[in-house]
Design a protein around this ligand. Structure first.
Ligand SMILES: [Zn+2]
Length: 65
């Protein structure tokens, strides 16, 4: 079983569907920022891991510092 999973999301900037690599061993609730590979804009991800170890995307929003 792999510790790394891909989580599907839709980019809040360009609307493209994509996957982001996610390491479930980093905790059951993680927030992180990754650049969209299509439009290169920073996306703020909020991911929770359920009791089966499956990452569930809570939100993928625009990163506004
Ligand atoms: Zn994008």
């Amino acid at each position: 079983m792999s510790l790394e999973d891909d989580v599907a999301y839709t980019c809040p900037y360009c609307g493209e569907s994509n996957y982001v690599g996610f390491d479930a061993s980093g905790g059951s609730h993680q927030r992180f920022v990754e650049d969209c590979p299509v439009c290169c804009s920073p996306i703020a991800f909020d991911v929770r891991v359920d009791e089966d170890g499956i990452p569930m995307l809570q939100s993928a929003t625009r990163e506004n510092p």
